[in-house]
Design a protein around this ligand. Structure first.
Ligand code: PLP
Length: 460
């Protein structure tokens, strides 16, 4: 592939079919439904690779937002689903049981942290499972207040949006989605909201949470604290282990349920099956989605049996949840992660990538921070010599990487963090190929060789 692209006419020719389809049909899609970063239309995907309508090939460094942890169209999943499809596609699980659903509930109770009896309930999306978890803890604890964190992302349904602290835009015009939701600061040690350094700070963010419980909401009224163990959408924000442990102790002391949203961090992404294992924290309830279904729509709430069983509800399972095909896909996904030792692989490959990216940080002053666990990595782009987030430069790096055949995306509170989350079974060659492309993009950024290109300018 030729280096130093941005010969705009040449690229335009290369993505002609994608451009024409986007121009023709994008007007039918609600504006909020899509935040397209590059003008490509995905035609197919296999393993770590994605092809657009014009046949251009890209290396997928985001795994379709951490959905394709075991690679796109994993052969084991395809075969298992094909076989299941011949027997039963789906029967509504809240009326009659199906074997794949029961086997999945059993498997999830075994693989999730905590040596106690657990029960599961299923949904179709991560957001829906978060809503279920909210209803479950409120109903069983007979308490209404919920605590969440600034920067968190829990999804798009009403309940999940209500406890999301990612951006006020998600709340705009919606008034109060759920009463009794309180937010506290999450420890962001690179850009500490209190301008402190850990550990000298004495975990001020935790003290703030305690103050919330002292002065604003009585702990006895709090049903649950919801958190991601690592904030993904906020830009891969990894809390100190001590913070997570104190949080767990605070919940235990006060009879508050600790609900961990592992929708993005789960299924091997961080080098353990679940990220909470890094912190030595066992949640009362864990929420799963995204990669669980190997590309099929399934989510789950798994938690302490007494908690889930004391939820007085009727048929709390959407018609298509624990779909037979998705359940089989999820069972196979879990087997693939365990049998192919993908957690260990994610840890090893993640360390290699972090090291290489940190070497790049020495060379390119626009890289302010490189952080991650396993294959959940964020590269924080800043104005050189400062910690000021630089979304424009992050966008340029993504754009140039895409031109050179690599898919990555800006995320983070300021859209300035490159999301690096390749499939866990990516090869060493593909890791190097992707990192070489990224390095080229950083070089071009430093040398001011990337024009300001926007999606709109392509469609003009
Ligand atoms: C941590 C977290 N929770 C919840 C969700 C929502 O999941 P879904 O998009 O499947 O509704 C996401 C999606 O990105 C997520 O990253």
């Amino acid at each position: 592939m030729k280096r130093h692209r941005s010969n705009l006419e040449e690229i335009r020719g290369r993505i002609r079919r994608s451009l024409s389809i986007i121009s023709r049909y994008r007007g039918y899609l609600a504006k909020g439904a899509s935040a397209i970063t590059y003008p490509i239309v995905i035609r197919s995907a296999k393993g770590c690779r994605v092809w657009d309508l014009d046949g251009n090939e890209y290396l997928d460094f985001i795994s379709s937002a951490s959905i394709a942890n075991i690679g796109h169209a994993n052969e084991e999943v395809v075969n298992a689903v094909r076989e299941q499809m011949r027997k039963l596609i789906h029967y509504i699980g809240s009326y009659f049981l199906t074997e794949p659903m029961l086997r999945l509930a059993e498997k999830l109770s075994h693989i999730t942290p905590g040596n106690f009896k657990k029960k599961a309930i299923f949904g179709l999306s991560g957001s829906e499972a978060v809503d279920m978890a909210i209803k479950c803890v409120r109903s069983t604890r007979k308490r209404k207040a919920l605590i969440s964190f600034i920067g968190s992302f829990h999804g798009t349904t009403c309940g999940a949006t209500a406890i999301t602290g990612a951006t006020s835009l998600m709340h705009k015009g919606l008034e109060t989605l759920l009463p009794g939701v309180y937010f506290s600061n999450f420890p962001d040690c690179f850009r500490c909201p209190f301008d402190q350094e850990y550990p000298q700070c004495g975990l001020l963010c935790f003290e703030q949470l305690e103050a919330l419980l002292d002065y604003v909401v009585d702990p006895g009224d709090v049903a649950a604290i919801f958190t991601e163990p690592i904030q993904g959408h906020a830009g891969v924000i990894i809390p100190p282990k001590e913070f997570m442990q104190k949080l767990s102790q605070l919940c235990n002391r006060n009879g508050i349920a600790l609900v961990l949203d592992e929708i993005q961090t789960g299924m091997g992404r961080t080098g353990k099956m679940f990220a909470c294992e890094h912190f030595g924290v066992i949640p009362d309830v864990i929420v799963l989605g995204k990669a669980l279904g190997g590309g099929f729509s399934i989510s789950a709430v798994v938690g302490k049996a007494d908690l889930l069983d004391s939820w007085e509800t009727d048929a709390e399972m959407p018609s298509l949840a624990a779909h037979a095909l998705s359940s089989i896909a999820a069972l196979t996904t879990i087997d693939v992660i365990i049998e192919e030792k993908l957690c260990e692989a994610a840890m090893r490959k993640g360390e290699y990538m972090l090291n290489r990216l940190r070497e790049m940080m020495e060379e390119y002053p626009q890289i302010g921070d490189v952080r991650g666990l396993g294959l959940m990595i964020g590269v924080d782009i800043v104005r050189p010599g400062t910690k000021d987030p630089d979304a424009r430069s992050a966008h340029k790096v993504c754009w140039r990487s895409w031109e050179l055949g690599l898919i990555t995306m800006p995320i983070g509170k300021w859209n300035n963090v490159l999301r690096i989350q390749p499939p866990l079974n990516i090869s060493k060659e593909d890791i190097d190929r992707g990192l070489n492309i990224l390095e080229q993009a950083f070089r071009d950024l430093k040398d001011n060789r990337i024009p300001d290109v926007s999606m709109e300018s392509w469609l003009a």
